[in-house]
Design a protein around this ligand. Structure first.
Ligand code: AMP
Length: 293
C-alpha cells in the first residue's frame, strides 16, 4: 500500500494506472471501524485499484461541533487499510488553500431537512470536499454508507446534476451485535451512554415492525418510537419519515419506498441512524385467463 500526503503525489501515483485499471474510492474521516472496512471490501470487489482517503474536513463542521475532538487514529487506520488490501491511502494535511476556499458547492433542496436543517452548511462542506477528492482521484466507482443516507442521496444527486463520470455505490449499515449503528463517534460513549443509545435502533426497528404489521400512519409510527425514546430519557434532534429517494416528508406509507430517520445526542456524541419502512403489501391477485384444469 502506498501512502500519499498531497494531491500532486497521489495524481502522479495513479496516472500510469488509469489507462488499463479501474479505480474504486472510499472517502472517510478515519478512526476506521467495521462499517468503513465493509465499504473497502465492496470497493475491492468493484475495481482493480482501491483508494481510501482519510481527511477530517473542517468545512463540514459547524461552530461548536467536534472538529478538534474528532478521533484521529492514523497508524491503526493505515494498518487496517494495508491488511484489507487497499492500494493507495490518501492522507492530506489539507485540501484547501491557506486563505480558505473561495469557491464551494451548495446542496439546495435535499439539504433543507434532517441533518441539513440541524447542521446548516454541513452538506455544502461535504459535497465540496467530495468534489475535490473526485477531481484528484477520478474514480470509476465511489462507495458510501447508507448510515449517512441523506449524504448518499445528495452525492448521488450531485453526480447526476453535475454529470460527473463516477458511479456511486451505497452500502448497508453495519451494526454492533446489540444493534447500535457503528460510528467513529461511538468512542465518545460511556457504557451507560451506549446502553441508552440502543434506543435509536430499537425505536427504528419498532417502526419497521409496525409498518410490516400493516400500520401506515406515520403519526402512529412516530408515536411508537417516541415512547421508546421517552423510556430511555432520550431527547431526539429529529425523528422523521421521508421518501427514500426524494427525501420528501411522508404522512402515510404506501408502495413508494420510505425511510425512518433519527438523530439524538447521547452523552457527548451526536448519533444518527435510519432504516427502511416497508409495508407488507401482498401482490395483486393473479387474474386467471385460462382454465387450468
Ligand atoms: P465517516 O468516516 O464517518 O465520514 O464515514 C465514511 C464513510 O463510511 C461514509 O460513507 C459513511 O456513511 C460510512 N459509514 C460510517 N459508518 C458506517 C456504518 N456503520 N455502516 C456503513 N457505512 C458506514
Amino acid at each position: 500500500m502506498r501512502i500519499a500526503h498531497s494531491a500532486d503525489e497521489l495524481r502522479r501515483q495513479l496516472k500510469p494506472l488509469r489507462s488499463h485499471q479501474t479505480i474504486a474510492f472510499v472517502p472517510t474521516m478515519g478512526c476506521l471501524h467495521a462499517g468503513h472496512m465493509n465499504l473497502i471490501e465492496k470497493a475491492g470487489e468493484l475495481a482493480d485499484i482501491v483508494v481510501v482517503s482519510i481527511y477530517v474536513n473542517p468545512l463540514q463542521f459547524g461552530t461548536g461541533e467536534d472538529l478538534d475532538a474528532y478521533p484521529r487514529t492514523f497508524d491503526v487506520d493505515a494498518a487496517l487499510c494495508a491488511g484489507a488490501g487497499v492500494n493507495f491511502l490518501f492522507y492530506p494535511a489539507t485540501l484547501y488553500p491557506k486563505s480558505g476556499p473561495k469557491i464551494t458547492l451548495k446542496a439546495t433542496r435535499l439539504s433543507n431537512c434532517l441533518c441539513g436543517a440541524s447542521r446548516p452548511g454541513h452538506f455544502d462542506g461535504v459535497i465540496t470536499v467530495v468534489n475535490i477528492l473526485f477531481n484528484i482521484i477520478q474514480p470509476d466507482f465511489a462507495v458510501f454508507g447508507e448510515k449517512d443516507w441523506q449524504q448518499l442521496t445528495i452525492i448521488r444527486r450531485m453526480v447526476k446534476d453535475l454529470q460527473m463520470p463516477v458511479e456511486i455505490i451505497g452500502s448497508e449499515i453495519i451494526r454492533e451485535a446489540d444493534g447500535l449503528a457503528m460510528s467513529s463517534r461511538n468512542r465518545y460513549l460511556s457504557n451507560t451512554d451506549h446502553s441508552q443509545a440502543l434506543a435509536l435502533s430499537q425505536a427504528l426497528t419498532a417502526m419497521q415492525q409496525s409498518a410490516l404489521a400493516g400500520e401506515t400512519s406515520v403519526g402512529v409510527l412516530k408515536h411508537i418510537a417516541q415512547s421508546i425514546f421517552d423510556t430511555a430519557s432520550i431527547q431526539t434532534e429529529y425523528l422523521d419519515v421521508r421518501s427514500a429517494n426524494s427525501l420528501k416528508a411522508r404522512h402515510i406509507l404506501d408502495k413508494q419506498p420510505a425511510r425512518a430517520f433519527v438523530a439524538a445526542r447521547v452523552g457527548n456524541a451526536r448519533l444518527i441512524d435510519n432504516m427502511p419502512l416497508e409495508l407488507n403489501i401482498s401482490p395483486e391477485p393473479a387474474t386467471c385467463t385460462e382454465d387450468s384444469q
